[in-house]
Design a protein around this ligand. Structure first.
Ligand code: SAH
Ligand code: SF4
Ligand code: F3S
Length: 474
């Protein structure tokens, strides 16, 4: 049994990051392990987790498993979990309750926990003490070892816990079974060293480590060959890409430019930390048409006092300077953000400062959250004397203001012709297709299915707060 260890997970040493290329292997006796069996993966959390699930899918399919979208029909269930806020925890444990019932009637069902919650000591202790009926737990660092974890469980038939808490290496050569045929996630870096005081990610994902440029570029070229139209470069802090290289002088500016030169039709990247955003990066985004005019730029708070307590290393003023620079140089760029309300000690004035920043920025949209204390992080020890009601009121007020600007910005798009990558049938109306503009606006379009996977011109006919309606414009 290898349990997670927060003390180890917190450590950052000077040790070199290794790029390991031959770590993914399937033992001979596991190659048909999934024959005539089905797997189901439930994914919680961010895009990185979604992409990790795509890798787990490919690994399982390499062992002959077949995918099912119905967990009651599965022989193997994996919950790929998120630890960012308490409600992410609750969802997972709720799902485990339902699966326990299923397991009582289906003795051969195997159930595993993966993802960021697996990296938490308290979660794994709870599994060991109260969820002994589960079969295996693995973490974010050893996804490629899934065949061995299943093998070990098969041998002992006991709960197999195998979670690594090291800083981490870069593992190349793990296959992925992508959910979309047109849009692909591409990891450019793993982990995070920013240690914002509220955040659990640096503990669950390890040290910041960038993939080698040629591995990223080759992956993008391969995607183009396979008909992909859009890539999203993934990392917790993509702007810090390359800062961990010891013998290579190559950063996000270089990478963006090289990915743009591959000719892929659309490039997105998430997430940008305001701290590492350079002027040169802005120029490159403005220069290349295939780098989307869309930047997710989490601000977290509009109060410089709270930003300092959060360890974000920028002020309200420096954020605004960057924001204005982007707006000025990247014409027609849409900018979205993340905001936390109710951080320990956030006063009415601090919250007003956040509202005034929203007034000034008029974001295209925002993800907003009530602060959730995470065990083991510095903010969890800060005195928090704001009531739950007060936090909920602040969130409500904030959302009202955010939504007002989203709607206003969308209203202005009515009558305009924009390019949309049509991805699938619309969730709201099965006679329509849905897709995104390069500025990341969701558009529902009256169009025939033959347009799925194509970038088409669409005339916007109606605007809502979170989406637009449109018709083909030929
Ligand atoms: N790396 C990204 C954020 C990843 S987490 C960045 O630095 O911008 C996504 C969002 O979850 C964060 O931007 C933050 O707004 C929110 N978040 C993170 N920890 C949280 C916590 N403890 N409580 C509430 N929201 C949190
Ligand atoms: Fe978390 Fe901060 Fe790292 Fe983002 S930059 S993942 S908020 S520690
Ligand atoms: Fe959640 Fe882990 Fe992503 S905590 S947000 S799944 S990095």
């Amino acid at each position: 049994m290898l349990k997670p260890n927060f003390k180890e997970a917190k450590k950052r040493t000077k040790e070199d990051i290794k790029v390991l290329r031959n770590e993914y292997v399937i033992p001979e006796d596991m190659k048909n392990f999934g024959l005539n069996k089905k797997y189901y993966i439930k994914t919680y959390g961010c895009q990185m987790n979604e992409h990790d699930s795509e890798m787990m899918s490919a690994i399982l399919e390499d062992m002959k498993y077949i995918k099912t979208d119905d967990y009651e029909d599965a022989d193997l269930i994996i919950l790929n979990t998120c630890a960012i806020r308490e409600n992410a925890h609750n969802k997972t444990f709720g799902m485990l309750g339902r699966i326990k019932h299923l397991k009582q009637t289906k003795k051969n069902l195997m159930v595993g926990l993966a993802g960021c919650m697996s990296q938490e000591e308290s979660v794994v202790d709870e599994i060991i003490n109260k969820y002994k009926w589960m079969d295996f737990v693995f973490g974010t660092h050893n996804i490629h070892k899934l065949p061995f974890i299943l093998k070990q469980h098969d041998k002992t038939n006991e709960l197999e816990v195998n979670v690594w808490s090291n800083e981490g290496n870069v593992i190349e050569g793990v296959p992925s079974k992508r959910n979309s045929k047109y849009k692909a996630w591409v990891n450019i870096m793993y982990g995070c060293d920013k240690f914002c005081t509220y955040c659990i990610v640096p503990y669950t994902r390890g040290k910041q480590r960038s993939r080698m440029p040629e591995d990223i570029i080759n992956e993008v070229k391969e995607l183009i060959k396979n008909g992909y139209k859009e890539v999203t470069l993934l990392g917790q802090n993509v702007n810090a890409y390359g800062k961990d290289f010891k013998n290579l002088n190559y950063n996000m500016e270089n990478l963006l430019e090289d990915v743009a030169k591959t000719g892929i039709e659309r490039i997105r990247f998430v997430t940008s930390h305001p701290w590492d955003f350079t002027d040169k990066m802005i120029d490159i985004i403005a220069k290349y048409d295939n780098i989307c005019n869309y930047i997710h730029l989490p601000v977290q708070s509009g109060s410089s006092r709270i930003l300092k307590l959060m360890g974000r290393r920028y002020t309200k003023e420096s954020y605004l300077d960057l924001y204005k620079k982007i707006r000025e140089k990247v014409k027609g760029c849409s900018i979205t953000t993340d905001i936390i309300v109710g951080f320990p000690g956030e006063t009415k004035q601090d919250f007003k400062d956040t509202l005034s920043l929203i007034e000034e920025c008029k974001f295209d949209s925002a993800f907003t959250f009530i602060y959730s204390p995470r065990e083991g992080t510095p903010a969890a020890k800060m005195p928090d004397n704001i009531s739950k009601e007060e936090k909920e009121q602040r969130l409500y007020k904030l959302n009202e203001m955010i939504n007002k600007y989203s709607k206003k910005i969308n209203d202005k798009m009515v009558g305009k012709v924009v390019k949309v990558l049509l991805e699938n049938i619309s969730e709201k109306d099965s006679s329509m297709l849905a897709g995104y503009t390069d500025t990341m606006k969701l558009v529902n379009v009256k169009a025939d299915k033959k347009y799925i996977g194509k970038i088409v011109n669409v005339k916007i006919t109606d605007a809502k707060t979170w989406s637009l309606d449109g018709e083909l414009y030929e």
